[in-house]
Design a protein around this ligand. Structure first.
Ligand code: DQA
Length: 143
């Protein structure tokens, strides 16, 4: 079974409580369970992680690069300004899919309209809610 990492950045641990009108009612624990199930259906072994600490995310991305693991990345706010995340994505050796629950390009804050992840992503999936993670896993299953 191909192993895939689903890596979620800051504030995504608060899914379900955080601005549900934007991010929905599914909790991060429920998201993790859904991703594992969707992955199993696609023949993927999925591991879902979330961190509020940028150094932790960098360590996970560096290890994914060394291990040749495909990644689904929702870098959350780091997406918009972290050149450290940009540099870590540049080193990945297997396909990377960028996911956002909302569609940052449709949101009013100008800062959300830039992504440091997009240059290294085989696909960007945004604005499909939690289902976007299923779509991202489908992309990786085909890759
Ligand atoms: C997000 C969009 C980002 O702009 C925001 O900072 C997040 C979540 C999303 O999934 O829609 O934290 O990545």
């Amino acid at each position: 079974m191909t192993k895939v990492l689903v890596l979620n950045g800051p504030n995504l641990g608060r899914l379900g409580k955080r601005q549900p009108e934007i991010y929905g009612h599914t909790t991060h624990a429920e998201l993790a369970e859904l991703c594992t199930g969707w992955g199993a259906d696609l023949g993927l072994e999925v591991e879902v992680r979330q961190t509020n600490h940028e150094g932790q995310m960098l360590d996970w991305l560096n290890a994914a690069a060394d291990d040749g693991l495909p990644v689904v990345l929702n870098a959350a706010a780091w997406t918009h300004y972290s050149y450290a995340i940009f540099d870590a994505c540049a080193q990945l050796t297997a396909p990377l899919v960028e996911v956002h629950i909302s569609d940052p390009h449709q949101r009013p804050e100008e800062f959300r309209h830039t992504s440091v992840v997009t240059p290294y992503a085989v696909e960007v999936i945004a604005g499909h809610g939690i289902d976007g993670y299923r779509m991202a896993l489908e992309v990786l299953a085909r890759a």
